[in-house]
Design a protein around this ligand. Structure first.
Ligand code: FCB
Length: 471
C-alpha cells in the first residue's frame, strides 16, 4: 500500500491562543482582559487557575518557535491578545505590537507560515465594561483593532483569521456563563453572537480594502455534528435543533445564506433582543468574502429527544429545550470527548457541499490524555493514534473531492484550558508548569514526520519508528 499523500503546499501546523499560553499579563503595558477578571473572581476555573503565567510563552517564544519548526511543521496558528495591542481596547500600544512583530519575525526566520487569529476570546476588560459583545459598538472596535494589527504585520503575515469559535465566545461567555465574562442570559448571548459575526464581517471588509497580494482572510468555527440516537422523527428533530444552533447558525450567515429560518423559529421565544439587533445590511456585512473557512472539530454530539419536551434538559441553551445530549460512547479522551474520526470526514464533505466548494482548513483538532514524562520522554500512544485516525479522515475527505488546504493540531503546548485550568493536556509538547520545561511528546514527532513527508503511512498506524525517542 502506498502512503496517503496530501496536496502540495498543504499547511501542517499547530495552534495556540494568546491567553492560554502567553502569561506576561502585566508586561509591555498589556491591559486586563475578561479572562483575567473571570479568573480573579475565583470559583469559576478549576483549582483557581489562571493564565497569569500559563506557558510563559511571552518570554519563551523563541524556544517554542524553535520546537515547532524542529518538529517539521510548516505553519503556526496563534492569536493576538487584543488587550496587549490595545490595552484599553482602543489605543494602540507600540510595546504590545512589538511582541507580535518579534514573534512573526521568529516564525519567518524558521520558514514557518504565520496564521494569525485576531480574536480567541480575550476581550479587553475596558470594552466589556462598555457593554462587551452585547453592545453593537464592540463590532466596530474589533474592525479598528483588526486594521491596526494588519497595518503592523500585513507586510509579513498573509493568513488572517478574524474570530475563533464565536459559538463559545457568545454562548459560553454570555449564556451558560462557564467562560468569561460569565454572564448568564440567553437572549443577551444571541445578541453577542450577532455582534461577533458582524465584527467578523466589518473586519474582513476593512482588511480586504487594505489587503496586499497574497493575503487571505478567514474565520474559524467550531462544529459539533449532531448524531441522533435513533431514527424516529423525534430523534431527527432533536438532531436538527442541535445542528441548527450549534453549526448552521454561525456557518450559514458567513456563507451568505442568512440566519437559518428554523433556528430563528427555535429561538423566537427567548430571542426578542436578537431580532431587534439585526439591522438592515448586517447579513451582507457578515457574508464578506473569505478565502477559506477554519473548521475546528473535536467530537460529535449524540442527541436524543426528551419524552416530556418541557422536562429540564442537560443542555443549557434554551434553543435546545426538549432534547438531551447523551454521554458519549467510548473511546473517549481525558476530557470525556468521543473519538469519532469518521465524523470529521462527513463534516468536511457537508461543509464543502454547503459552501459550494469553499477551501477548508482544519484549524483545530486534537485530544487531551493523561501524559507522563518518563526518562525525558512522553509516550502518548493514544494521541499518536488519534492524530493518525483523524488525518486519515481528512485524507478521505480530500480524496472525495473536498478542498482541504491545511491541518492544525490543537495544541503546540499543554496550556491553560479555560474553565478546566491546567487539568487537560492537549500539547504536542509537554509543559511542566512548575519549571516551564518543555518535552516533545511522541505525538509531536509523529505529526512532524507526517508533515515532512506530506503523507500519512497507508496503514493509518504510526510509521515505523515514529515513537522512536531518538528521532
Ligand atoms: C477549542 C478552543 C481551544 C481549546 C480547545 C480544546 O474549543 O478553541 O482554545 O480550548 O477547544
Amino acid at each position: 500500500m502506498t502512503d496517503l499523500e496530501f496536496p502540495a503546499r498543504f499547511l501542517w501546523g499547530a495552534a495556540t491562543a494568546s491567553y492560554q499560553i502567553e502569561g506576561g499579563v502585566r508586561e509591555g503595558g498589556r491591559g486586563p482582559s475578561i479572562w483575567d477578571t473571570f479568573c480573579a473572581a475565583g470559583g469559576k476555573v478549576l483549582d483557581g487557575a489562571s493564565g497569569e503565567v500559563a506557558c510563559d510563552h511571552y518570554h519563551r517564544y523563541p524556544e517554542d518557535v524553535g520546537l515547532l519548526a524542529g518538529l517539521g511543521l510548516n505553519a503556526y496558528r496563534f492569536s493576538v491578545a487584543w488587550p496587549r495591542v490595545m490595552p484599553d481596547g482602543r489605543t494602540p500600544s507600540a510595546a504590545g505590537l512589538g511582541f507580535y512583530d518579534r514573534l512573526v519575525d521568529e516564525l519567518l526566520a524558521h520558514a514557518v507560515t504565520p496564521v494569525l487569529t485576531l480574536y480567541h476570546w480575550d476581550l479587553p476588560q475596558a470594552l466589556e465594561d462598555a457593554g462587551g459583545w452585547p453592545a453593537r459598538d464592540t463590532a466596530s472596535r474589533f474592525a479598528e483593532y483588526a486594521a491596526v494589527v494588519h497595518d503592523a504585520l500585513g507586510d509579513r503575515v498573509n493568513q488572517w483569521t478574524t474570530l475563533n469559535e464565536p459559538f463559545c465566545a457568545a454562548f459560553l461567555g454570555y449564556g451558560s456563563g462557564v467562560h468569561a465574562p460569565g454572564h448568564q442570559d440567553h437572549d443577551t448571548a444571541l445578541v453577542a453572537a450577532h455582534h461577533l459575526l458582524l465584527g467578523h464581517g466589518l473586519a474582513t471588509r476593512a482588511l480586504t480594502e487594505q489587503a496586499r497580494p497574497g493575503h487571505e482572510f478567514s474565520l474559524a468555527l467550531n462544529f459539533a455534528p449532531a448524531l441522533p440516537d435513533g431514527s424516529s422523527p423525534a430523534h431527527l428533530e432533536a438532531a436538527r435543533k442541535f445542528d441548527g444552533i450549534h453549526n448552521r447558525f454561525f456557518l450559514d450567515p458567513v456563507l451568505g445564506r442568512g440566519y437559518p429560518a428554523d433556528v430563528l423559529a427555535d429561538v423566537a421565544h427567548h430571542g426578542g433582543r436578537f431580532a431587534a439587533s439585526v439591522r438592515d445590511g448586517d447579513t451582507d456585512t457578515i457574508a464578506a468574502a473569505i478565502d477559506w473557512l477554519g473548521v475546528n472539530y473535536y467530537a460529535p454530539a449524540r442527541v436524543t429527544p426528551l419524552a416530556d419536551p418541557l422536562a429540564p434538559s442537560n443542555c443549557p441553551l434554551p434553543a435546545l429545550r426538549g432534547l438531551d445530549v447523551l454521554p458519549a460512547p467510548g473511546p473517549l479522551t481525558a476530557f470525556g470527548w468521543e473519538q469519532a474520526p469518521g465524523t470529521l470526514t462527513e463534516l468536511l464533505r457537508w461543509i464543502g457541499a454547503r459552501s459550494g466548494g469553499l477551501p477548508l482548513v482544519v484549524a483545530e483538532n486534537g485530544a487531551s490524555f493523561v501524559d507522563e514524562v518518563v526518562d525525558g520522554r512522553v509516550h502518548d500512544e493514544d494521541r499518536v493514534n488519534y492524530y493518525a485516525e483523524h488525518l486519515r479522515a481528512v485524507h478521505d475527505a480530500i480524496r472525495g473531492g473536498v478542498d482541504v488546504r491545511g491541518y492544525f493540531a490543537w495544541s503546540l503546548l499543554d496550556n491553560f484550558e479555560w474553565a478546566m485550568g491546567y487539568s487537560q493536556r492537549f500539547g504536542l509538547v509537554h509543559v511542566d508548569f512548575e519549571t516551564q520545561r518543555r518535552t516533545v511528546k511522541d505525538s509531536g514527532r509523529f505529526l512532524g514526520r507526517v508533515a515532512k513527508a506530506n503523507a500519512l503511512p497507508a496503514s493509518g498506524a504510526p510509521a515505523e519508528g515514529v515513537g522512536d525517542p531518538r528521532a
